[in-house]
Design a protein around this ligand. Sequence first.
Ligand SMILES: Cc1cc2nc3c(=O)[nH]c(=O)nc-3n(C[C@H](O)[C@H](O)[C@H](O)COP(=O)(O)OP(=O)(O)OC[C@H]3O[C@@H](n4cnc5c(N)ncnc54)[C@H](O)[C@@H]3O)c2cc1C
Length: 238
Amino acid sequence: MQAPLSIHFIIIGGGISGLSAAIALRRVGHEVTVLEKGDGRTNKGYGGVRMAPNMSKILFHWGLRDKLLQVAAPSKPLLFSKFETGEVLGTQLWSDELLAETRGQFMCTTHAELLQFFYESAVAHGAKIRLSTEVSEIDPEEAKVTLSTGEVLTGDVIIGADGERGLCRRLVLGRPERVTPSGVTLFDTIYSTDRVMQGVDEELAKLCALEDNTVFVAFGANRAATGYPVHKRKDIAF
Ligand SMILES: Cc1cc2nc3c(=O)[nH]c(=O)nc-3n(C[C@H](O)[C@H](O)[C@H](O)COP(=O)(O)OP(=O)(O)OC[C@H]3O[C@@H](n4cnc5c(N)ncnc54)[C@H](O)[C@@H]3O)c2cc1C
C-alpha cells in the first residue's frame, strides 16, 4: 500500500527505533532522512541481544526473514538454574503452537549485527541516512533541525528516535530526563563457546543443547545471569 501523499520525515537517531521507522515509512512511499550522530557501527556495544517474537514478526512481515536469519539464530529452549549452586530447575520451550500464534521467533544475536541489519535494510528501502551528523537544535513547529555544523534541514514531520537521553525526550517533557538509579548493575560480555564449555560435565553439556541455541538463565539472591549463543554458536553472550 502506498500513502496517497508523500511526506518528508526527518528521523533523529539511527538506532533500532529510528531505522525501523525509516523502513516502515519507505515501504509506503514517504521520503525519509535519518540523522545519526554516531558512525553507524554500533550504539550499544558488541554484546548480545535477544529478540522477542513481537519484533521478529514485524521483520518477517516486511520480507526480511532470510536476511534476519543470516545474523540471528532462532532459539526455543530456556534452561533455568540456581545461580549459587548451578542446580538445574527446569526448561521451558517456545512451542511450535505458541510461535505460530506469535507469527515470530525468539531469536539471539548481537547489538552490532542487529544495527547493521537495520542499517542495510533501511538503505535498501531507499532511506537517506546521514552518519556522523548530530542534531543540536529542533524547531518542532517548523519541522526544522539545526545540525552541530550549523546546517539547517527542513522536513514535514520530525520523528524523535534519539534514545532515552536524547534531545527529543527533553523537548517533549519540557525538562531534562530525571534518571532514577534502579540499584541494579548490568554487565554484558562475550566469551568463546569453547572456553565456556571447558570443564562442563557431559550431562550438563547435553542439557545445554547448544545446537538448539538454548538461552540459559540463572537466578540467585539479588543477582541473575543469562547466556545464549551468538556468532553462529562460536561465542556465548552473557
Ligand atoms: C546492555 C544492553 C542489553 C540489552 N539487551 C536487550 C535485549 O536482549 N533485548 C531487547 O529487546 N532490548 C535490549 N536492550 C535494550 C535495547 O537495546 C534498546 O531498547 C534499544 O537499543 C533502543 O533503541 P533506540 O533506537 O530507541 O535508542 P538508541 O539505541 O539509544 O538509539 C538512539 C540513537 O540516536 C542517536 N542520537 C542521540 N542523540 C542524537 C542527536 N542529537 N543527533 C543525532 N543522533 C542522535 C544515538 O547515537 C543513537 O544511535 C539492551 C540494552 C542494553 C544497554
